[in-house]
Design a protein around this ligand. Structure first.
Ligand SMILES: NC(=O)c1ccc[n+]([C@@H]2O[C@H](COP(=O)([O-])OP(=O)(O)OC[C@H]3O[C@@H](n4cnc5c(N)ncnc54)[C@H](OP(=O)(O)O)[C@@H]3O)[C@@H](O)[C@H]2O)c1
Length: 295
C-alpha cells in the first residue's frame, strides 16, 4: 500500500508519519519537494508516486496573513484539494483531507454538525470551504475530517505560545468569549490511521466516505485553555513567571486581529463516533500527553 502524505512537517503531518507507518509505505513530502500552489507539480507528484491513499495534511494555516495573501491561500487550500481529488480518481485512490471550524460564522448556539450550513468570515475559512467542496466534487472516495484548535508537541500552536510567553510575562490577557475543543494532532493522526486501516481492510465498496467532524471531547475558551496549560506546567515544576490566576479574560473585541474567528467553534462528533465506533478522549488528555513530551 503506497501512501502519499503532504505537509509532513506540520503538526498533523508530523503525527501522521508515525500513525500511518504500520499501514504501508509512506512517501512524505514538504513544500520544498512539492509546492501545493503549483498545480502541475502536484499532478506530477501524484502520477510519479501512484499512491493508493493520499493524505493531505498541508494547508495555508496562517489565518491572519491569509487576509492579505488570498491568492496563495486559495491556491493551496481551495484549488489543491480538487487537483488531488482529480488525480486520485484517475488512480482509484482514496483522499484524506482536513477541514476547519473556521468555515462557520460561530453564531449557532449549539455544536455544529456536518449538515450545518457553513458561512466563513475569513479568507482562510473561505479558502478551506472551497477546498472541501472541490474535493467532494472531484472524487467519491474521500474522507474529510473537520477539526479545531489543533495543538501538538511538534510545530507552532497556542499552547506552546502560552508556555513561551509565561517565561517572560507576569500577566496575560486572553480571549474568553470563543469556545471550542482543543484537539491534539496525535488524536487526529490516530483516528485517521484507524479509519484508513478500516478502509484498507473493508475496501472502497460501501465504505462510509464523506465529511466528519473530528475533535476531542469537552470544550473550553482560549482563556481557560491557557490557564490549564500554565497550571499544568507549574505542577510539572517548570519555572515560569506567569501564574494561571494572572491570566485575565478579555473579549474578542478587546483583541482585534485581521481575521475574524468564530465565537462558537464547537463541533458535534456524533457522526464519526457512531459510524466508526470511536471513543474520543477529552481535550485535557491530549494536552497531558503533549505537556509530558515538551516540558
Ligand atoms: N492548526 C489548527 O488549529 C487547525 C484547526 C482546524 C483545522 N486545521 C486543518 O488541519 C490541517 C493540518 O493543520 P496543521 O495544524 O497541522 O497545520 P500546520 O502545522 O500549519 O502545517 C501545515 C503544513 O502545510 C505545509 N504547507 C504550507 N504551504 C504549503 C505549500 N505551498 N506547499 C506544500 N506544503 C505547504 C507547511 O509546510 P511548512 O512546514 O514548510 O510551512 C506545513 O507543513 C490543515 O488542513 C488545517 O487547515 C488546523
Amino acid at each position: 500500500m503506497q501512501i502519499l502524505l503532504t505537509g509532513k512537517n506540520g503538526q498533523v503531518g508530523f503525527e501522521l508519519q508515525r500513525a500511518l507507518a504500520p499501514l504501508g509505505h509512506i512517501v512524505a513530502v514538504d513544500q520544498f519537494d512539492c509546492d501545493l500552489s503549483n498545480q502541475n507539480a502536484l499532478r506530477r507528484l501524484v502520477r510519479e508516486v501512484a499512491p493508493d491513499i493520499i493524505v493531505n495534511a498541508a494547508a495555508y494555516t496562517a489565518v491572519d496573513k491569509a487576509e492579505s495573501d488570498a491568492d496563495k491561500a486559495f491556491a493551496i487550500n481551495a484549488v489543491a484539494p480538487g487537483v488531488l481529488g482529480e488525480e486520485a480518481a484517475r488512480l482509484g485512490a482514496l483522499v484524506v483531507h482536513y477541514s476547519t471550524d473556521y468555515v462557520f460564522d460561530g453564531a449557532k448556539q449549539t455544536c455544529y454538525t456536518e449538515d450545518d450550513l457553513p458561512n466563513p468570515q475569513s479568507v482562510y475559512g473561505k479558502s478551506k470551504l472551497v477546498g472541501d467542496k472541490a474535493l467532494l466534487q472531484s472524487i467519491e472516495a474521500c474522507l474529510i475530517f473537520r477539526t479545531s484548535w489543533v495543538f501538538g508537541a511538534h510545530g507552532n500552536n497556542f499552547a506552546k505560545t502560552m508556555l513561551k510567553l509565561a517565561v517572560e510575562r507576569e500577566s496575560l490577557n486572553i480571549v474568553a468569549d470563543q469556545f471550542g475543543a482543543p484537539t491534539s494532532a496525535a488524536l487526529i493522526a490516530d483516528v485517521t490511521a484507524q479509519i484508513v486501516g478500516r478502509y484498507q481492510r473493508q475496501g472502497q465498496m460501501d465504505f462510509p466516505c464523506g465529511l466528519y467532524n473530528l475533535v476531542a471531547g469537552g470544550e473550553t475558551s482560549w482563556c481557560d485553555f491557557a490557564k490549564t496549560v500554565i497550571a499544568a506546567a507549574h505542577q510539572a515544576g517548570k519555572p515560569l513567571k506567569l501564574k494561571a490566576e494572572n491570566i485575565r479574560p478579555i473579549t474578542t473585541a478587546e483583541y482585534p486581529l485581521p481575521a475574524s474567528r468564530p465565537a462558537n467553534s464547537r463541533l458535534d462528533t456524533r457522526k464519526i463516533r457512531e459510524t466508526f465506533g470511536l471513543c474520543l478522549p477529552v481535550w485535557q488528555e491530549g494536552l497531558n500527553h503533549v505537556l509530558q513530551e515538551i516540558l
